[in-house]
Design a protein around this ligand. Sequence first.
Ligand code: SER
Length: 387
Amino acid sequence: MEWTSLNDLRESYLKFFESKGHLLHKSYSLVPENDKTLLLIVAGMAPLKKYFTGELTPPRRRMTTCQKCIRTNDIENVGYTARHGTFFEMLGNFSFGDYFKEEALPWAWEYLTEVLKIPEEKLWPSVYEKDDEAYSIWKDKIGVREDHIVRLGKEDNFWELGAGACGPCSEIYFDRGEKYGCGKPTCKPGCDCDRYMEIWNNVFSQFESDGEGHYTELKSKNIDTGMGLERLACVMQGVDNMFEVDTIQNILKAISDRAKVKYKDNPKSDVSLRIIADHSRASAFLIGDGVMPSNEGRGYVLRRLLRRACRHGRLLGIEGAFLGDIIEVVAHENLTAYPELTEKLDYIKKIAVMEEERFDATVESGMNVLDQLTAEAKKNGKDKTRN
Ligand code: SER
């Protein structure tokens, strides 16, 4: 396997599935269309939900996308862990009543082992514990060693997202090596330690869920796969952390230059650098897709991301508006896949900087109030801590 840039990985995946008859569709907007159940797009299949249920007819029964996604449920972990980010891209190939497990699993294996040349012994498939069919495809059709296939329960190997298409899944894990492991003899994919990293999820979307635990069989059997582009880039670039992937590292570098702070000098400032890198990516794409900062819904998600980025900028000692310059780097790093960010750059920067200035004004007026209260307390002799 060879070091491959994030932009080249995206292209190679999409080309591979185009060569297998899939229609390549550019990423849908982060703002769901005609779907009141979702605030933002959180998975590659989300904009395609109605093709799975048969409510709409897809332009082709095989499609492939690299979808922009935002997940903010773990926002507090961003910056502190290797893998949490609010913005990520999900590579996916989809079948709407066309091919099923027999094709999807061998293609996934072919892409990883023949195109990317990841050594087979590094890869471990998992299947839903009752899915003998998927197990035998891995073992007999693809030829994966039996001791490299694991059966896992519903919590790991059944995928659903609220109401809509769902089903059992088969994941592919990458073995990062013993040094990341817990050392227990039972350590395998599904273990809580960092050794086995899930990279690709192949969902056999056979059911429709009403979101309340009731499932009905769908008319057609579908395939919904999802592979995090940043995670795959970590594997192909041999880095531990999504912030060290080439394009994201360039964004982080621009922030550290601006703050005159070196990455990896101090764990506290590293957290701030990573938060700003992640949040400026997410904000640039959200504004590009028409979201405006506000106090509710997705506007609030954006406001929170922008303000957290500003706050961490101040913690790093950056003075004055800086987000516009960082967003420029985000647009540049994404020029090939998302030229619209560069086309709308002036507008995106303007919205971000307006919010940054509003945030600064709020902080400043808060500081003035605090200064006044402190001065009054001092005057009245109430500034000493009482025991
Ligand atoms: N929908 C599945 C996921 O998000 C596979 O694409 O993991």
